[in-house]
Write a protein that binds this ligand. Sequence first.
Ligand SMILES: [Zn+2]
Length: 199
Amino acid sequence: MFEICPACGKYSDGMLVEQGKIRCPACGNAAPFVQRPQFFLTGASGVGKSTAARILFDTRKEYVTLECDILWRDFFNTPQDGYADFRDTWLRLAANVSQYGKSAVLCGCVTPEQIQARPRKRYFSELHFIGVVCSEEEMARRMAKRGFEPAHAAASGEFNRWMREEGPASGIETIDATRLTPEETARRIHALILSHLPQ
Ligand SMILES: [Zn+2]
């Protein structure tokens, strides 16, 4: 909504964000704008983040939990640019959610640098990355249980390893779910989110 100016009617992806306002670069009109903390729930596929996200979706109303897969289409499959169009679509959607006074929690495989590279990150007051990880043995067990193809399992295992080793240095707050039930994982995520929400 806010990328279309209410005064001149022009669309712009270059809207200027100011304190509590968004300004049209074409006519200078300023409209009210809410910046909220934005959350990304990330982790390798198979680690259990989506199950935890589903629990948050069903039980927590302090924020809006959204599974990024719901908008996935083949044309978004552009690893060469960090899935830029897909990230932009979600950042635009999440910033619209923010206007209702709630933060969005986007669940999907993402790295901080893929979001930091997107200009629309300016729509938020803070970016928080929460990463679910588990041990290699537990990861292998969870993927086998779900019947992952070898290539998928290898990629997921590698991403899990990367997040365990490099996640914290890359700005990801990791939760080790090796010995946690999905409910316990969801509780840890919830507590972390609440700690970053304005009181
Ligand atoms: Zn305008």
